[in-house]
Design a protein around this ligand. Structure first.
Ligand SMILES: Cc1ncc(C[n+]2csc(CCOP(=O)(O)OP(=O)(O)O)c2C)c(N)n1
Ligand SMILES: [Mg+2]
Length: 695
């Protein structure tokens, strides 16, 4: 006899309707939210959680838990209802269990209100049990690819005979919006190519989006599309049919070769007679009368609010709760035995989970000898990356088909390439999929690997949403962006970034670092690897830049503080400050040498990171940029936007005010005024202007 013909059927129904009505009531109380999809997909999410998901509500960060991602983040109440009913416990940012519920009933009653754990969309690190932040459609599905890669990688690296430590599955609930977003194409294509058979997307095929019927906008044959991308596709004709859902999930569990797409036909706003199957069910509360009618159709007390009938919580505890607990306890026993036999590997797993670094991780960071011939900062970074990766076994990553150009290949013995044939490879060829890559890197980071993703700085625009989410989620993803300015030369204005640096700096929480030479690039790795809760954008040159003589100028370790004094007048206080970043620091130093020879008192500040500088105490910041010195020139081959902050409204900014041009480097730099002579000239004007002001 199958599960659903037993007495459990009534409890199933009760639990499903509890999810539905909690969602309805919360959205009605908030007078904001999306009721239709929780109402329709409650049985699907319920069946998955109750009968398949290996997830222990007592320990929502247990490393081998199955992941559930609500890519349709607007249906957040579906997830909050599950978290509440399954009694998922809260965990703090230091990964300590707090003993209280991740989502309390009062959070649900205050859905979408300030400080409620039931925020508008599911937010990682705000609400325990939320595996990744979703809301921007397409991000959940794309992030899940990184999680699925992580599971297979962890298994390949850590599992040993008799020790199946890692084998978690990744489930995603997605909607029409996810399927329409381009990033789902990139993600599905990559997942199919890599044969991620532990990945299951559930597509809520309800034919409705905000504007109305999908007949307005979407005629794809989604099943055929996914078959074409190498997926196993199955269909459930009715979202309320738990038997069929079971079969589909079983099919997924048995699939060894391909990722699985389950196309589920559902009725948005299920049970609400006047709005079911219409866009009205998507974006607004039902209204009191329609709420009553919906509750009546479920056989629910019409006036009850936030009702959790007796037995529902116990039912979840006996299902997902008991199964999850048993699985987690068995895993912990297994891990203890593993520790005895494979002590070093066990130590690595624990280190990763805390986002800590193994001892001696920075021992091989290179030092580059000074020289005018120079080294591209991308090359210096690549060398340093390899030196660090050798000592941090879970540092993995790749580029969007620009491995050589971004110098992000891992070339040491045994590094390997992740593929369908080699699940333990450290390098990932993401293909020309910047958006998909970046979201997948977020998924790897959420799985506690230390990942990087690389492309040209100009294409960070293609990856912007997942970069933003990495910052919103406080995860230490490493973004490597090379070809960082017009200095890339001949490729021309389509490839020459102008406004990208300013826009990355505008992103809260993201640390941007643009090293000036090979040793600052090496130093950047020393700093970024220690960040546990911030993503970094490492911005690097294509072209060689001189390696500064650190006997003559200050040491590169100053990078740690974001900005530091590189050179000062031989005698006396500076009367002018010259600030540069990246490749322009060498130009600033040439100008400095010339001005110093003429008897001017000039300071040069290297400012690789605005954000790291902002973190310094005021005292230090004023030491580097003394307020009395108002004659200031900033030089950066990027948009001038924002530099007023450091040079003041009367300072000079030598930067970009237009797009670049296609020509050899020297010609481009001359055309746009990035020469020592132009800098000297600007300095003279500043000294004159501010001298006059002072006088
Ligand atoms: C990238 C992005 N664009 C637009 C939106 C705004 N938005 C939220 S839900 C939605 C419609 C989603 O339709 P579907 O995925 O079919 O969800 P359903 O209404 O069926 O639940 C839109 C356009 C968004 N959240 N993210
Ligand atoms: Mg839809």
């Amino acid at each position: 006899m199958s599960t659903h013909q037993t007495a459990d059927a009534a409890l199933d129904e009760l639990a499903i309707n509890t999810i539905r009505t909690l969602s309805i009531d919360a959205i009605q109380a908030a007078n904001s939210g999306h009721p239709g999809t929780p109402m329709a997909m409650a049985p699907v999410a319920y069946e998955l959680w109750q009968r398949f998901l290996r997830f222990d509500p007592e320990d929502p960060i247990w490393p081998n838990r199955d992941r559930f991602v609500l890519s349709a983040g607007h249906a957040s109440m579906l997830l909050y209802s599950l978290l509440h009913l399954a009694r998922v416990k809260a965990v703090d940012p230091d990964y300590e269990a707090l003993g209280e519920l991740a989502v309390k009933l009062e959070d649900i009653e205050h859905f979408r209100q300030l400080d409620s754990k039931a925020a508008g969309h599911p937010e990682y690190r705000w609400t325990s049990g939320v595996e990744t932040t979703t809301g921007p459609l397409g991000q959940g599905v794309a992030t899940s690819v990184g999680m699925a890669i992580a599971s297979l990688w962890l298994a390949a690296v850590f599992n040993r005979p008799g020790f199946r430590l890692f084998d978690f599955d990744v489930y995603v609930l997605a909607g029409d919006g996810d399927m329409m977003e381009g990033v789902s194409y990139e993600a599905a294509s990559l997942a199919g190519h890599l044969r991620l058979s532990n990945l299951c997307w559930i597509y809520d095929n309800n034919h409705v989006t905000i504007d109305g019927s999908t007949s307005l906008t979407f005629s794809d044959d989604v099943a055929t599309r996914f078959i074409g991308e190498g997926w196993n596709v199955t269909r459930v004709g009715d979202a309320n049919d738990l038997e069929l859902l079971d079969r589909a999930f079983e099919l997924f569990k048995h699939e060894q070769e391909r990722p699985t797409l389950i196309v589920v036909d559902s009725h948005i706003g299920y049970g609400a007679p006047d709005v079911q199957d219409t866009a009205a069910a998507h974006g607004e509360p039902l209204g009191e009368e329609e709420v009553r009618l919906a509750k009546r159709s479920y056989g629910w007390p019409e006036d009850a609010q936030f009702l959790i009938p007796d037995g529902v919580v116990e039912h979840f505890a006996a299902g997902v709760g008991a199964r999850g607990r048993a699985a987690r306890e068995a895993w912990e026993d297994l891990f203890e035995r593993y520790r005895a036999e494979h002590t070093e590997l066990a130590g690595q797993i624990e280190c990763m989970q805390r986002r800590a670094l193994p001892e001696g991780w920075d021992r091989d960071i290179p030092e580059f000898p000074p020289g005018d011939k120079g080294v591209a900062t991308r090359a210096a970074s690549g060398k340093t990356l390899n030196a660090v990766a050798r000592r941090v076994p879970w540092l993995v990553g790749g580029a969007a088909d620009l491995t050589g150009s971004t110098s992000t290949g891992l070339d040491f013995e045994g590094a390997g390439t992740f593929s369908a044939a080699d699940r333990g490879g450290r390098y990932l060829h993401f293909g020309i999929r910047e958006h998909g890559m970046t979201a997948a890197v977020n998924g790897l980071s959420l799985s506690k690997l230390r990942p990087y993703g690389a492309t040209y700085l100009i294409f960070s625009d293609y990856a912007r949403e997942p970069i933003r989410l990495s910052s919103l989620m406080d995860i230490p993803a490493i973004w490597i962006f090379t070809h960082d300015s017009i200095g890339l030369g001949e490729d021309g204005p389509t490839h020459q970034p102008v406004e990208q640096l300013a826009s990355l700096r505008a992103m809260p929480g993201l640390v941007t670092i643009r090293p000036c030479d090979a040793n600052e690039a090496a130093e950047a790795w020393r700093v970024l690897m220690r960040l546990r809760h911030s993503p970094v954008a490492l911005v690097l040159t294509r072209q060689a830049v001189p390696v500064l003589d650190r006997q003559r100028y200050a040491p590169a370790s100053g990078l740690e503080r974001g900005a530091y004094v590189l050179a000062d007048p031989e005698q006396g206080d500076p009367e002018l400050i010259l600030i540069g970043t990246g490749s322009e620091v060498a130009l600033c130093l040439s100008a400095y040498e010339q001005l110093t020879a003429e008897g001017e008192k000039v300071r040069v500040v290297s400012m690789p990171s605005w954000e790291l500088f902002d973190l310094q105490p005021r005292e230090y910041r004023e030491q580097v940029l003394p307020p009395v010195v108002t004659a200031r020139v900033a030089v950066e081959q990027a948009s001038t936007f924002g530099w007023e902050r450091f040079v003041g409204s009367d300072g000079a900014i030598i930067g970009m005010r237009t797009f670049g041009a296609s020509a050899p480097l020297k010609d481009v730099q001359k055309k746009f005024g990035f020469t020592p002579d132009a800098i000297v000239e600007a300095c003279r004007r500043q000294l004159e202007l501010h001298g006059r002001v002072r006088g």
